[in-house]
Structure formats: C-alpha cells, structure tokens
Design a protein around this ligand. Structure first.
Ligand code: SF4
Length: 69
C-alpha cells in the first residue's frame, strides 16, 4: 500500500505598508523563500517553507503574517 503524507499549504502575507525592505527575512530564511523586489519583501518560493518562523521573528516591523507562526 502506498503511503502519502500531506502538508497543509503555508500562506505568507507581507504587509507592504509596513515592510521597509530591511531584508531580514531574506537573510534569516533557511529555505530561501524570500526575495526583495523594488525594496519590498516577496515570498516567491513559499512552497519551500519549512515553517521555522524565523522570518516572523526577524522582521523589525512585524510585517509578515505566516499561517503557521
Ligand atoms: S517560516 Fe522559516 S522557512 Fe518559512 S519562510 Fe519563514 S524563515 Fe523561511
């Protein structure tokens, strides 16, 4: 019998009114999820997230809302 495990989809919301482009999420993320675009954080590789919550803790303006953290 084949065994499959399913992981709930992670969602990351970044408030671009709060984001100051500090890049802490880019620096701290072990999975390279984030990228700065025009001075704002984006999460183009959210599917690589390992749900460590380091980005949420590192953000100086608390601009990141993470479904698991
Ligand atoms: S929770 Fe961890 S792995 Fe996921 S985006 Fe944040 S820093 Fe990266």
């Amino acid at each position: 019998m084949a065994v499959k495990t399913y992981r709930a989809a992670v969602t990351i919301k970044i408030d671009h009114d709060e984001c100051i482009g500090a890049g802490e999420c880019v620096n701290v993320c072990p999975s390279d999820v984030y990228e700065l675009v025009n001075g704002k954080s984006t999460a183009p590789r959210v599917e690589d997230c390992v749900e460590c919550c380091a980005c949420v803790e590192a953000c100086p303006t608390k601009a990141i809302e993470h479904s698991s953290c």
